[in-house]
Structures are given as C-alpha cells and as structure tokens.
Write a protein that binds this ligand. Structure first.
Ligand code: IPM
Ligand code: MN
Length: 352
C-alpha cells in the first residue's frame, strides 16, 4: 500500500520524537511491504521564524494532499512571556484544527503493566484502566465570540455549540463504545450551562440508536474527582472542548509519564496523530525526550487512517518489549540506565 503522510515536527522536542516515529514507520513499511511517502512541513514557532505564520498556507496544502498527518509538538517559551506577541505558535495549532476540520480529539489513557508503579496513583486504583476521552476540538469557548468592552476593562469569551456539532462527536463516541466496553459517559455542566443542556439533550436523543450502550451523564467537576479515584470505571467519555482539554491532561498522569500517551484528531478533511505532551523546550536538542507517545500515535495512524491493524499491533508489541527490556528514556529509567531518544528509536526500528 502507498501511504502519503504529512510530517509536521513542530517545535522543541517535536523534531526529535518525530524522527524516531519515522524510523519505526519505515521499519514497519519494510516489513509489511508498504511505501511511505513523507512530506515535511513547518508549524508553530519554527514556522513563525521562517515566514511569520504559525500555520502557513503551504503547510495546509501539504496536509490536505496527504492521507494522514503525523505531528510533533508546538510551543516556544519566548512567546509565553510576551503578552503583546501578535502571533503565537499555539494559534497555528488552533488554525490547523479549524482548517482541517479536526473536530474529534481521541485521547486514550491506559496503563502498562511494567510501569504501573510509575503512576502517582496507587496500583489498586489504576489497574485495568483503559479509557478514551473524546474531546470536541473545533467548537466551544475556543472558537466562540470573544473580545473586550468598556475601554478594555471587561473581557468575554463565549461557548457556543450547535446540535450538529454535538451529534457528530457523540456519534463517534457511541460507535467507539460499541467496539469496547459499551459504556459512554457524557461529561458536562448541565446544572449551570445552557450549552451543556444542549449536549445532554442531544446525546439523550441518540441513546435509542445504540440500545447496547449504557450512557451516564456526569458533571465535569465530579468527573475531575472520580477520574483520579476510579479511573478504571470509565470506558468512553465525550465532552466539549475546554472540559476535554483539562480532563485529558489530568488523565495523562495516570499512566505514569506524559511521554507515553498518543492521540488522534479526526476530521472532515484528514486526520492527525500526535503525542499528548507538549514541546518540552527545556529538553529540546538534548536527545532525552521520550519518543514513545509519538511512536504510539503512529500506531494509531496505521490502524485508524489506513485500516492496518497488524502494523499497529506490531508497533505496540515492540514498544511493550522495549519497556520490559528497560530500553527507556530518563523519565522512566529511575535508577537504571537511561537511553537516549535516538537509541530508543533505533532499538524499536531494529526489533520490528
Ligand atoms: C492541547 C493544548 C492546546 C489546547 C493549546 C496548546 C492551544 O493544550 O492540545 O491540549 O488547549 O487545545
Ligand atoms: Mn491541553
């Protein structure tokens, strides 16, 4: 099979971790007789530096022409401390989500048996955790009307959702639940917010189409608590953009390292695969960042974007093997030897 993949390394550790995923994908292609055509393009601070734009038109064209996008990370601290900065790397990410119509962010949280004691949560709390948060990604307060009034002394951001936007996300949630534990949790704040009441109403109306799925409706504040108390009681969770942003960061620590969890953003025009961690600028260029989240994102890409399940499984298998063999970066090494980012990538590619 011919696979056309857009490669967006981005900023900070992005290029380093993406390099390892490319090694792994190329090894998979060789083993399973595929041909991967990678097209690299700029995003984030590196794109601002090159052309003043965090998501240049040229990059958008590369993404539109590809079958899938593999993405590293965006962000550079030199913009964080400048409240007057006119362009920010993060705008690139938001523009990309909007222009590619990436409306559903799929963020799984699962545990690795060999790393269970790396989690800040007790073993008995997290054993068996295997949940997916499906975060709406192109609506809500992120993209609502915003501004200032009263001579700049009042600021507002509005959260708007249409029934259609909720339906398309919820549909994915129901379908995903059908392939898994058949449990769906709609996370909202329907005791206060009108937009949340529309979420609830819309999801309730869809229940009859999926009689096998058990649906619960829970308030986001309670979920923030239960997620660390009993993460293994959840299966698929659906929620709006900002709630999902917050809950997915919370969920990411359950597995023991931010450097482990992959994600997918499914869209109207294409789909994008990226690690959930950020650009980790302190580690940039040091060859110490954990590449596994990006490698596992590539596994999601093989499975979801190309329907290549065995290839995805082969990647997950070699990742588990590397963890069991202690071929890990410093975030997971403890007092044992820490391997470099590139060494982990080489080991994975050689062992496929
Ligand atoms: C994420 C990030 C982004 C978001 C930022 C960088 C705009 O935190 O992907 O979760 O808030 O969506
Ligand atoms: Mn976030």
């Amino acid at each position: 099979m011919k696979l056309n993949i857009a490669l967006l390394p981005g900023d900070g550790i992005g290029p380093e971790v993406v390099d390892q995923a490319v090694k792994v994908c190329d090894a998979i292609a060789k083993k399973f007789n595929h041909e991967i055509n990678w097209t690299k393009a700029l995003t984030g601070a590196s794109a601002i530096d090159a052309c003043g734009e965090p998501y240049p038109d040229e990059t958008h064209e590369v993404c539109m022409a590809a079958d899938a996008v593999l993405f590293g990370a965006i962000g550079d601290p030199k913009y964080d401390n400048d409240p007057k900065a006119k362009v920010r790397p993060e705008q690139g990410l938001l523009k990309m989500r909007q222009k590619l119509g990436l409306f559903a962010n799929v963020r799984p949280t699962f545990t690795f048996p060999s790393l269970i004691d790396n989690s800040p949560l007790k073993r008995e709390r997290i054993e068996g955790t295997d949940l997916i948060i499906l975060r709406e990604l192109t609506g809500g307060i992120y993209f609502g009307e915003r501004g200032r009034k009263d001579d700049g002394n009042t600021a507002f951001d509005t959260c708007t959702y249409t029934r259609e936007e909720i339906q398309r996300l919820a549909k994915l949630g129901f379908e995903l639940a059908m392939t898994r534990g058949k449990k769906l949790c709609c996370v909202d704040k329907a005791n206060v917010l009108e937009s949340s009441r529309l979420w609830r109403e819309t999801v309730q109306a869809m229940e009859k189409d999926y009689p096998e799925v058990t649906v619960s409706y829970e308030f986001v504040d309670a979920v923030a608590m239960r997620l660390v108390q009993w993460p293994n009681s959840y299966d698929v969770m659906i929620t709006e953009n900002l709630f999902g942003d917050i809950l997915t960061d919370e969920a990411s620590v359950i597995s023991g390292s931010m450097g482990l969890m992959p994600s997918a953003s499914k869209g109207v025009h294409t789909s994008l695969y990226e690690p959930i961690h950020g650009s980790y600028p302190q580690a940039a260029g040091k060859d110490i960042a954990n590449p596994l989240a990006t490698v596992l994102s590539a596994a999601m890409m093989f499975e979801d974007a190309f329907g290549l399940k065995d290839e995805a499984e082969a990647i997950r298998e070699v990742v588990n093997k590397s963890l069991a063999a202690g071929i890990v970066t410093e975030d997971l090494a403890g007092t044992n030897k820490a391997y470099k980012t590139s060494e982990v990538g080489n080991w994975l590619a050689e062992n496929i």
